[in-house]
Write a new protein. Structure first.
Length: 275
């Protein structure tokens, strides 16, 4: 977020690792965890919604084809925007608060919940949903590629429940799914971050998505749309590897115990294997 929104005329960070070092040096290690409350509150609901919607949509579509995998994933991505957008708004605002300060001189928000409450009091529902359209444009195709890649990778690697290497295969498949997902719509994530950070400090720069795209490109060129990509991909692989592997293994376990006989694994459905 900090790399995506920093001022091009007075940049604070030269790149991902310089940003990482600067935050620790200037704000201590706790600076790396600013805004953590927001994803901790929202990610549980988001993942439950995403995997639930994806699995049920795929069953409703009937056939387990690559196109249906993409459509089911896209449907899941679109629906979870309702939670994702406010969550990321609070995260962005908290992460930008006190940039470069070891002890905050001015603390606008106590925590993520306080951030959302104050935004609502000042701007109403419109303020809470700032960046909703850009979030929708990013998440819908992104989750389509997310589930499609996972399905293709697990089929290609031949993930079998009795395979002694099934966990590493699932981890690798999930990690690659996360990378493909972010690469597919990353420029829109930059725009979303800029729109959600707009107004911090009382200065509003952008009228909307197209205005943000135009001004960002005019001031910084096409490279602006890859700002922060390295840090995003470094995060994406382990996070999504853990997410997909956990969900798949849990569903495999539940099915083997016959606790949920009617439940098919969400990410991997109707595969020609015991998985």
């Amino acid at each position: 977020v900090r790399l995506q929104v920093q001022n091009v005329e007075k940049p604070l960070y030269r790149g991902t690792f310089h940003c990482f070092q600067s935050i620790i040096k200037q704000e201590s290690a706790f600076g790396l965890y600013k805004g953590i409350g927001s994803p901790m509150m929202g990610l549980t609901f988001i993942n439950a919604l995403v995997f639930g919607v994806q699995g049920n949509t795929l069953r409703a579509l009937g056939k387990d084809t690559p196109l249906n995998q993409f459509l089911a994933g896209s449907a899941a991505g679109a629906i979870q925007c309702v939670i994702c957008c406010p969550m990321e708004l609070a995260k962005t605002r908290m992460q930008l608060q006190g940039t470069g300060e070891y002890k905050l001189k001015t603390k606008n928000y106590k925590n993520s919940l306080d951030c959302l409450v104050k935004i609502y009091q000042k701007e109403g529902l419109r303020g809470i949903n700032r960046g909703m359209v850009s979030t929708f444009i990013r998440e819908t195709p992104s989750f389509g590629f997310y589930f499609l890649t996972y399905d293709c990778m697990t089929r290609y690697l031949g993930c079998e429940a009795e395979d002694s290497y099934v966990i590493p295969k699932l981890l690798f498949s999930g990690g690659m799914s996360g990378i493909v997902s972010w690469l597919s719509t990353y420029p829109m994530d930059v725009i979303k971050s800029r729109l959600q950070a707009d107004g911090v400090g009382g200065v509003t720069q952008y009228k909307g998505i197209l205005d943000c795209v135009r001004k960002s490109y005019h001031e910084e060129g096409w490279r602006v749309f890859t700002r922060g990509l390295t840090s995003t991909l470094l995060r994406a692989f382990p996070v999504n590897a853990a997410t997909f592997a956990t969900v798949t293994v849990f569903l495999m376990y539940m099915k083997s115990e016959d606790n949920l006989p009617e439940c098919e694994p969400g990410p991997v459905i109707h595969q020609p294997s015991s998985l």
